[in-house]
Design a protein around this ligand. Structure first.
Ligand code: IMP
Length: 501
C-alpha cells in the first residue's frame, strides 16, 4: 500500500526571514558570498564559487558567452549537453580560451555578404563591431572590420556587398597573437581606437580587444578562474553517451561535469558518476541530480558525487508535475536535503554541497533557498533573460523579449534528460518567451547586493553563518498580501507632469 508522508510541500514564497541582531561590523562590504562547490572535509571544500549562482544546462541559457559573463562575476555556467559532443566541446573551449580582455569574435561575416546580413547579425548578437574574415568565421583569415558608423542602415543600399564598406586590414592597427593585455591596451589608447584585432602568424583572426572592456575590467573583482588563470566552466553530461562525452570535455579543459537528469535517484546515474570519478579522480568536479529527498541525496553522495542538485517540477518552463504527478515543493526539498547533507557531514566528516535547481523566480527566492540550506542555486529563466544568453532579442508590442524553452520541450528534443528511451512521447517543458533584462553583470550586481543586505539584517558575514543564524516563519496568504504595497497608486510620473502643465 502507498505511504503518505507527514509533510506538506512548501514553496519559497511561503517563508519569511526574521531579522537577527546586526552589529556595526555587519555591512555589505564585509560580507563574503564564497560558497563550497565540491565535496571535501567539513570546513575545507575542494573548490568554491565566489558567488552562489550557476546557470542551467539548457539550450536557451548556457552558451559560451553567458558562461564567460557569469564566471567573470564569480559564478559558473554549465554548457548544455543536448547537442553534439563536438559543438559542446567547442563551447567549453571558447570559455577556456577566453582571456580577460581578449574576445573570440562571435559576430563575423565574409566580404561578399550583403550589408543586410550585417544588420541582421548585429540585432541577433547585440554587437556592433563585425569581424570580416575570408570564410566568415571567428578564426578565419582576417580581412578587416565593419564598425557601427561605416554604413547607415536606413540610407545605404543594403544589398551592397560589405567589401565596399568595411575597413581593410591595411588601414587598421593590429597586434600579433601573444601580445599582453597591457600592450594591447597601450595600442588602443595611443591610436585612439575602439577595437584592436589580434592576428595569428598566418593571418587568421585570434581575438579582438575592445576599449570598453578596459574600462569594464575593474568591475570583475570576483572572477572565478582555474590555477592557470582561465575562467572556470562546467558542462552537462547525460547517462547515455557519457563514455565518449566525458573524455572529450575533459580534454577541452572543463572544470566541472554534471549529470543532467530530471530524476537523478537512479542506478544509471550512479553508474555514470562512478565511471566518471574513476576516470577523472579529483581533477574534475562531478555533480549529479536532481533529487528531492534524503534518500536521493544519500544515494548520490555514496556514489561519490561532488555536489548534488535538488529540485523536481519547480522550473519556470516545467510541466513535469502536471504531466506525471511527480515532484516536490522546492523549499521542502531543499530543507530536507540540506538536513541530509549536514547529517552526512556529521557521520563521515565529508561535506557534499547542494544546489537548489529551478523555480527561483526572483531575488527573494534565491535568498530563501540559501537560508534554507542551499550552498548555491542553479537558474534558467533568470539567465535566459539576459543579453548574454544564446538567443536573439525580440521586440513584441513595444517590449523586448528573449525565447526560453525547456529541455523537455519538443523544441529541445532532449530525450536523454528524461530517460524516455530514444523518443519523446510527451513533453515535460514548454517553449516560451521571457522579458529581456539587460546585461548579466547588472542583474547579478542587484541580486548579490540584496543578498548581502539581507545577510547583514540576519547578522551574518558568510553564507555558512547565514544558514546557521537564519530563522524563518511560515506566512499566511494574508501576510503575503500585506507584504505588497497597499492603498497607494504608482502613477506614471510623466503623465502627472503633463497634467500640472
Ligand atoms: P528555472 O530557473 O525556473 O527556469 O528552471 C531551470 C531548471 O528547470 C533547469 O536547471 C532544469 O533543472 C529544469 N528544466 C529545464 N528544462 C526543463 C523542462 O523542460 N521540464 C522540466 N524541468 C526543466
Amino acid at each position: 500500500m502507498a505511504k503518505i508522508i507527514d509533510d506538506t510541500s512548501r514553496t519559497f514564497d511561503e517563508f519569511l526571514l526574521l531579522p537577527g541582531l546586526s552589529e556595526k561590523v555587519h555591512v555589505p562590504s564585509n560580507v563574503s558570498l564564497k560558497t563550497p562547490l565540491a565535496r571535501g572535509p567539513v570546513g575545507s571544500p575542494r573548490r568554491s564559487l565566489n558567488i552562489p549562482l550557476v546557470s542551467a544546462a539548457m539550450q536557451s541559457v548556457s552558451g559560451s558567452e553567458l558562461s564567460i559573463a557569469l564566471a567573470r562575476k564569480g559564478g559558473a555556467g554549465f554548457i548544455f549537453c543536448s547537442q553534439g559532443i563536438e559543438s559542446q566541446v567547442a563551447m567549453v573551449e571558447q570559455v577556456k580560451e577566453h582571456k580577460a580582455g581578449f574576445v573570440v569574435s562571435d559576430t563575423n561575416l565574409k566580404p561578399s555578404d550583403p550589408l543586410r546580413q550585417a544588420v541582421a547579425l548585429r540585432k541577433a548578437t547585440g554587437h556592433s563591431t563585425i569581424a570580416i574574415t575570408h570564410d566568415g568565421t571567428g578564426h578565419g583569415t582576417f580581412a578587416g572590420l565593419l564598425m557601427s558608423d561605416d554604413f547607415w542602415e536606413f540610407k545605404d543600399d543594403l544589398d551592397t556587398p560589405i567589401e565596399r564598406y568595411y575597413r581593410p586590414l591595411s588601414s587598421l592597427t593590429w597586434a600579433p597573437a601573444g601580445v599582453s593585455l597591457t600592450e594591447a591596451t597601450e595600442l588602443l589608447w595611443k591610436n585612439k581606437i575602439k577595437c584592436l584585432p589580434v592576428l595569428e602568424e598566418d593571418g587568421r583572426l585570434s581575438s579582438l580587444v575592445f576599449r570598453k572592456d578596459y574600462f569594464d575590467h575593474h568591475l570583475f573583482p570576483d572572477e572565478l578562474t582555474d590555477d592557470k588563470k582561465r575562467l572556470v566552466v562546467g558542462a552537462a553530461v547525460n547517462t547515455h553517451d557519457y563514455r565518449e562525452r566525458v573524455s572529450a570535455l575533459v580534454e577541452a579543459g572543463v572544470d566541472m561535469l554534471c549529470f543532467d537528469s530530471s530524476d537523478g535517484y537512479s542506478a544509471w546515474q550512479r553508474e555514470g558518476i562512478e565511471y566518471t570519478k574513476a576516470q577523472c579522480g579529483d581533477s574534475v568536479i562531478v555533480g549529479g541530480g536532481n533529487v528531492v529527498s534524503r534518500e536521493g541525496f544519500r544515494y548520490l553522495a555514496d556514489a561519490g558525487c561532488d555536489f548534488i542538485k535538488v529540485g523536481i517540477g519547480g522550473g519556470s518552463i516545467c510541466i513535469t508535475r502536471g504531466q506525471k504527478g511527480i515532484g516536490r515543493g522546492q523549499a521542502s526539498a531543499v530543507f530536507e536535503v540540506a538536513a541530509a547533507r549536514d547529517e552526512y557531514a556529521k557521520e563521515t566528516g565529508i561535506y557534499v554541497p547542494i544546489c537548489s535547481d529551478g523555480g527561483l523566480s526572483n531575488d527573494t527566492h534565491i535568498i530563501i533557498a540559501l537560508a534554507l540550506g542551499a550552498d548555491f542555486v542553479m537558474m534558467g529563466k533568470y539567465f535566459a533573460m539576459t543579453a548574454e544568453s544564446p538567443t536573439p532579442t525580440i521586440r513584441h508590442r513595444g517590449s523586448l523579449y528573449k525565447p526560453y524553452w525547456g529541455e523537455g520541450s519538443a523544441r529541445a528534443r532532449n530525450w536523454q534528460r528524461y530517460g524516455t528511451g530514444g523518443s519523446m512521447k510527451f513533453e515535460e517543458g514548454v517553449d516560451a518567451f521571457v522579458p529581456f533584462s539587460g546585461p548579466l553583470s547588472d542583474k547579478v550586481e542587484i541580486t548579490t547586493a540584496k543578498l548581502k543586505s539581507t545577510m547583514c539584517n540576519i547578522g551574518a558575514l558568510s553564507l555558512a553563518e547565514f544558514q546557521n543564524k537564519a530563522q524563518l516563519t511560515l506566512v499566511s496568504p494574508m501576510t503575503f498580501v500585506e507584504g505588497g504595497t497597499s492603498g497607494v497608486e504608482q502613477l506614471d510620473r510623466h503623465s502627472i507632469d503633463e497634467e500640472r502643465a
